[in-house]
Design a protein around this ligand. Structure first.
Ligand code: C5P
Length: 234
């Protein structure tokens, strides 16, 4: 379970972890924090023993993504991602870049692809992106495309875990954001679900941000969500 460190700067992120005794938990660093602090925040978190999902969602021409991923791999993070809509060639280029940039090719970062963001719904897909398919069709297609391009898995909503595992096999990794406890605000997420549903449907990991970072007691909430994800609703 990755906790999304969606904070303005490194000071706030490290303070949050320290004050709430969330030592050595797996974390996700996104664009907000990385674009402010750069590699320094990664080194600091690694030094404190956190495993890191660097969520930069790369999407560019294959060569640019290849070179960027080479640099990203040299940071020593554990999981990285691209947008699947960048296409098969771009995904393969990302994988090659990761292998080139890793000290040891066997321990390159895991490469995930984002199919459709969990903030995307059918109306947006049809009316804004003019895609003549359902969210589910688009997600399944992009997951298969990602797999054929050499991605290790995808980032997907809880509702999509089963159909992705069915299409791409159980070993194809899924990480699932858009997690909310039932009584909670959805914020800007459109496709949300509870931790026990993510566990029940067999996702490999979940990403939880505001439910933990904005909780009254983040440590307790972290434990509750993790418990519900692993062991189901008691
Ligand atoms: O606060 P919340 O739990 O909604 O945070 C979810 C995190 O997961 C955010 O950092 C967001 O950028 C990320 N994410 C997502 N949907 C994806 C990929 C990543 O919400 N498809």
């Amino acid at each position: 379970m990755y906790t999304a460190l969606d904070f303005e700067d490194k000071r706030q992120a490290l303070e949050f972890l320290k004050e709430n005794n969330l030592n050595q938990i797996p974390v996700k660093v996104g664009m907000e924090l990385f674009y402010k602090e750069g590699p320094a925040v990664i080194y600091d978190l690694k030094e404190r023993g956190h495993s890191i999902f660097l969520d930069l969602k790369l999407h560019d021409i294959p060569q640019t993504v290849n070179r960027a991923m080479k640099n990203v791999a040299s940071l020593g993070v554990d999981v990285v991602n691209v947008h699947a809509s960048g296409g098969k060639k771009m995904i393969s280029a990302a994988r090659e870049g990761l292998m080139e940039g890793s000290v040891n090719e066997d321990c390159r970062p895991l490469l995930l692809a984002v199919t459709q963001l969990t903030s995307t719904d059918q109306t947006m897909l049809s009316n804004e992106l003019l895609l003549p398919h359902t969210v589910e069709e688009s997600v399944t297609h992009l997951a298969e495309l990602s797999q054929s391009g050499g991605a290790d898995g995808v980032v997907c909503s809880v509702k999509e875990i089963k159909m992705i595992k069915q299409a791409c096999g159980n070993e194809f990794f899924t990480i699932t954001p858009g997690i909310r406890k039932s009584e909670e605000d959805q914020h800007d997420q459109k496709r949300v679900a509870a931790p026990f549903e993510a566990g029940r449907d067999g996702t490999d990991a979940i990403v939880v941000g505001r439910s933990i970072t904005e909780a009254d007691d983040p440590f307790h909430t972290y434990q509750l969500i993790k418990e519900e994800f692993i062991h189901g609703k008691q």
